[in-house]
Write a protein that binds this ligand. Structure first.
Ligand code: C2E
Ligand code: CA
Ligand code: CA
Ligand code: CA
Length: 278
């Protein structure tokens, strides 16, 4: 039993080691990946399901590592966050996304651009001046920008979060609550925050129409958003049944593989062509 225990421990510590090594590898590689231009942003359309018009895009970062290939943001964003590298990376995303919005505007495309903010970025005292500078230098219309935050980022230091939101909104941008329903916010809490948009989390959408609980939760979130005069976007929409359910419950702006995965800017013309044919 003792020997077995030791082996198990040995095996376990090897696994831990592998995880720690991977973390360390990613951390080290992250340090020069921006400079080496290994990141690109992909854009996933948000579509009005009634008209099939693209109303906006969510900017989603992609890391193409020279030897490892594509590394998922679910893997490297938490490490960037823990090490503080997210501040520089996030600033790069903000700048890229604003410049993208300007290129669209130059083609007469008045789309909104949703940008994910991490907790660290949101708390950064430099965020507001940084964003003000990027807006000015890029020439983007601030009202095109939607900043996506999660509920957990607003909890804790509620007063500080509210103050930061007001400062951001004073720049002219809108605020979205991402992954809505997965956090802890109550209705009364939500009312205190100056937010504009709720994004219904994919976890509620994905099993529609099989899961009646999820359908009720989704319908309740949409109804609540309407009462609070917030816009709603449904995430992770993959099927026509989901779109029909959402339409029947007054949610028309959808984002998900049904219309398109996130694509490179280069692939947007093909996306427009496909939507026009549908
Ligand atoms: P998120 O903000 O919730 O983004 C939505 C994720 O769902 C994206 O994964 C997107 O590709 C995926 N998705 C969209 N439609 C569908 C669908 O119909 N089905 C399924 N199964 N998935 C769908 P992605 O791009 O891997 O990003 C994962 C997470 O990484 C994001 O979740 C966000 O939290 C974070 N992230 C991505 N880019 C950034 C960034 O620039 N900054 C920060 N701070 N976080 C980012
Ligand atoms: Ca998001
Ligand atoms: Ca989300
Ligand atoms: Ca999510």
């Amino acid at each position: 039993a003792k020997a077995k225990g030791r082996n198990t421990f040995h095996f376990y510590s090897q696994e831990l080691n592998a995880a720690a090594n991977e973390r360390l590898f990613i951390e080290n590689e992250l340090r020069h990946a921006i400079r080496d231009k290994q990141f690109v942003i992909h854009y996933q359309p948000q579509v009005d399901s009634r008209t099939l018009q693209v109303v906006g895009y969510e900017a989603l970062i992609r890391w193409f590592h020279p030897t490892e290939g594509m590394i998922s943001p679910t893997k490297f964003i938490p490490i960037a966050e823990a090490t503080g590298l997210i501040v520089e990376l996030g600033a790069w995303v903000l700048k890229e996304a604003c410049e993208f919005a300007v290129r669209l505007a130059n083609q007469n495309l008045k789309n909104n651009i949703s940008i994910n903010l991490s907790a660290r970025q949101f708390k950064d005292a430099n965020l507001v001046p940084l964003l003000a500078k990027i807006i000015k230098q890029s020439g983007v219309e601030a009202k095109r920008l939607h900043l996506e935050l999660t509920e957990s980022m607003l909890m804790g230091h509620v007063e500080a979060a509210i103050a930061q939101l007001h400062q951001l909104k004073a720049l002219g941008v809108s605020i979205s609550i991402d992954d809505f329903g997965t956090g802890y916010s109550s209705l009364s809490y939500l009312k205190r925050f100056p937010v504009d948009i709720l994004k219904v989390d994919r976890s509620f959408v994905k099993d529609i129409p099989q899961d009646t609980n999820d359908m009720e939760i989704t319908a309740a979130i949409i109804a609540m958003a309407q009462k609070l005069k917030l816009n709603v976007v449904a995430e992770g929409v993959e099927t026509i049944e989901q779109i029909e359910f959402l339409q029947n419950n007054n949610c028309y702006i959808v984002q998900g593989y049904y219309f398109s995965p996130p694509v490179s800017e280069h692939d947007l013309p093909a996306l427009y062509a496909k939507l026009n044919k549908t």
